[in-house]
Design a protein around this ligand. Sequence first.
Ligand code: SDX
Length: 429
Amino acid sequence: MAKDSLTIKDNRTGKEYELPIWEGTIQAMDLRQIKVDDGDFGIMAYDPAYKNTASTKSSITLVDGENGILRYRGYPIEQLAEKSNFLEVAYLILNGELPTKDELDQWVYDITHHTIIHENIKELMQNFRYDAHPMGMFVSTVAALSTFYPAAGQIQDEKVRQIQIQRLIAKVPTIAAFSYRHSLGLPFNYPDNDLSYTGNFLNMMFKMTELKYDPNPVLERALDVLFILHADHEQNCSTSAMRSIGSSQVDPYSAMAGAAAALYGPLHGGANEAVLRMLSEIGDVKGIPAFIEKAKGGERRLMGFGHRVYKNYDPRAKIIKQVAEDVFKVTGRNPLLDIAVELERIALEDDYFIERKLYPNVDFYSGIIYQAMGLPVAMFPVMFAIPRTVGWLAQWQEMLGDSEQKIARPRQVYLGEDKRDFVPVTKRK
Ligand code: SDX
């Protein structure tokens, strides 16, 4: 009868080792028994960028890249985007179950009543240069929050953790909106607790002289769906950073500042900003063939295309295309959408992209929507960070509760110089 194990033969010694297989993996530590003699450290796995390494077990999000499947706690993203709302999905991701009516009402009340930030934090934000990138302001301000809530360092205290989680989810829209208003030299708008999570965000972003901001319901709902789609994505670069930094048992504000910094990168959360710049550079559908050739030549990347895990169409991109049509009915059609749709059509017929299984990812269309909603390109990674706060915190919380987890500390293969003696400067060539 077939056994769930690998038999490895070390050809250096002729010895054989049987390694159990668990959930399609072997325990990397089981490799350490494979030695040539007692002084040998044993075999390690070498896996730059962790292309084939599971760093944790998790029950939060399933990403099935071959089949283009994304589920939060077992619920398909398509159903959540159609039937739920962001705060309800946030509760699901953090707690593992959809809330009852009473649980949801309490959750919404708690989040709504933590949206205001300390005036000193507001003053800190006002001291950035006028042209500071909003994502740089976001990362710095989240880190600064750790100095206002010193109790947050008690990460093993469930009640303390919950209040920090509520504070962060509630305050990131405020921080995002304040960074936007600062970049335009506009006065900050304070939260309006009568509005929904996304309605209040639009209020803090766009309210001018009117006494009460009235968010457009189509844009309010579009943001809700976009936030649902961006809430979590298993062990992506920024979440892996959140877990790694959090494994040192630092407070969640400091850990999340690191995660947000990882998301800032153009290969990760900065991709939707890069997509807009790419589409603007292409300028017209006639410019597409030349750009595609540059991408195939390795000279440029088709930003918004490709994914480490999805080797099929990113399910989020499909949903975002529908959201784009809803938004453009209100804002007017963004001409860049025509370039994006034609670029996608051409790329999906080209062997270079087909062979490498490069499909549009979540970032390909999101930036076009944000631009149509009046957001500057620099705000796009911040729009990603707001909802991903939920995923970062859920994954951080799961890591803290996992008895197998310790401080993250990978090994290396050393290829540097062997031992050598110091040479005084007078004797150096
Ligand atoms: C997100 O991990 C997540 O879950 C992330 C995310 C989330 O929700 O958290 O889904 C959000 O970050 C989406 C990805 C956004 N980034 C981009 O759109 C930037 C453009 N895409 C790429 O740089 C790239 O596809 C990555 C970074 C997304 C994935 O890179 P991999 O898996 O490391 O793949 P690779 O760089 O090794 O590329 C494999 C091949 C290479 O060609 P060859 O060396 O085999 O000849 O495909 C080529 C690459 O040159 N390639 C591309 C390409 N992406 C990969 N060629 C042109 N355009 C591209 N976009």
